[in-house]
Write a protein that binds this ligand. Structure first.
Ligand SMILES: [Cu+2]
Length: 394
């Protein structure tokens, strides 16, 4: 993104020990500040859109450190006690900004404590790199192992999604809530929420899903294992539903639940998330079933008999909205003649018996598909390279 490529790895050699941050980024040619923000990034246009504060939320600050009066002086690399005073996500304050040389290096300190598991985990949140105050690039912080993604889609009177993601049934589950009213009332309201026992209708109040028969005695926001699995309010707090702009709620939220399996005998997939007006636990307000997210696969095929000798396909695969799209290209017959390739606005008139070049004329296909109105000049310059048969290594 924005010509910056690579990875940043957060690791903890032993439980309870300091965090090690390994930065390995190409394309950093200025001073960049870096910080972790509350919400997961979803691929939605360029950095200015996908990494904006309205997309990824505020600085991740679960202990509300940034509220202190003299925050800017107490959280700066020159203050020896900064690791106690900085917000969890304030990497610039703790470690200084990134530049072309520190973009390939290790950051650690005996007092560098950034939770990578548990209720205050940075997992499922977003690392943003800023040039001044402008977001330059951002990336979702995710485990190195692939995750299963599930979703509950709400339609009315509350619409939107709750995404649940987990590596396996013993790891933390990240939850992303984007719920809003479908009418245009200026409302904002808190709801209790739970996952119901059983999967049937939303009308009847039910007990929260509780396969381990937890009695809830020691259940708290810090002790999810002592809570009924379905008791989301006790584990995570209530959720706020508000208005949305372009499908993005003003009160999006992200949580980490240490006891919410998506696989195995206690899986919540197939169960129902229910919202209750606070103080009215008998009356479900809205509900939606939790379902596995299936990969999206799109393909464009070329037949050499009708496409001027060019055969093969482009295949685009996206595992979930949190994953980048992988493009597999397999073409024959280009004869070193091809120049650019683009996605155009309209479908080709395939029913008419045109030749390849006739049906690909601009009069049918329109301009290049550019839904976010991105200035092409701001994209990294093109390079040429090899397209191996298996392009996964690209
Ligand atoms: Cu074109």
């Amino acid at each position: 993104m924005s010509g910056i490529k690579g990875d940043v790895t957060f690791s903890q050699p032993q439980q309870g020990s300091a965090i090690n941050i390994m930065v390995n980024l190409k394309g950093v040619n200025e001073n960049l500040s870096w910080s972790i923000h509350q919400l997961p990034m979803i691929y939605d246009g360029n950095a200015a859109i996908s990494c904006s504060a309205s997309a990824v939320g505020a600085l991740f600050d679960p202990n509300m450190d940034a509220q202190s009066g003299n925050y800017n002086s107490s959280c700066s690399p020159s203050n020896l006690s900064r690791f106690q005073t900085c917000a969890v996500g304030d990497l610039t304050g703790m470690l200084g900004s990134l530049n072309s040389s520190s973009a390939h290096g290790n950051f650690t300190h005996q007092n560098l404590m950034i939770p990578i598991r548990g209720p205050n985990s940075i997992m499922g949140r977003t690392l943003v790199l800023y040039s001044g105050h402008t977001p330059k690039a951002c990336a979702l912080i995710a485990p190195v192992h692939p995750m299963l993604t599930a979703v509950a889609v709400f339609h009315a009177p509350v619409a939107g999604v709750v995404y649940l993601r987990q590596v396996d049934d013993s790891s933390d589950t990240t939850i992303f809530v984007n719920l809003f009213y479908v009418n245009d009332a200026q409302s904002r309201k808190q709801f209790a929420w739970q996952i119901n026992q059983g999967s049937s209708s939303c009308d009847i109040p039910r007990e929260p899903f509780n396969p381990n028969k937890a009695d809830g005695q020691n259940c708290s926001k810090k002790r999810h294992k002592d809570c009924p699995i379905g008791d989301l309010t006790s584990k995570l707090g209530s959720i706020t539903v508000s208005m949305a702009t372009k499908g993005q709620s003003k009160t999006k939220a992200a949580f980490t639940d240490t006891n919410l399996p998506l696989t195995g005998v206690n899986s919540v997939v197939g169960k129902t998330i229910v919202l209750f007006s606070s103080g009215d636990p008998k009356k479900p307000f809205a509900c939606a079933k939790i379902m596995k997210v299936k990969p999206r696969i799109l393909e464009a095929t070329f037949k050499s008999s009708i496409h001027d000798g060019i055969g093969g396909y482009f295949k685009f695969t996206q595992l979930s909205p949190f994953d980048p799209t992988a493009t597999e290209i397999n073409l024959t017959g280009l004869k070193s003649k091809s120049q650019g390739y683009h996605v155009h606005n309209y479908p080709m008139p395939w029913k008419m018996k045109y030749t390849g070049s006739e049906s690909c004329a601009g009069v049918y296909l329109g301009g290049h598909w550019n839904p976010f109105g991105i200035d092409v000049k701001s994209s990294p310059s093109p390079g040429s390279g090899m397209l191996p048969n298996n392009s996964q290594s690209l």
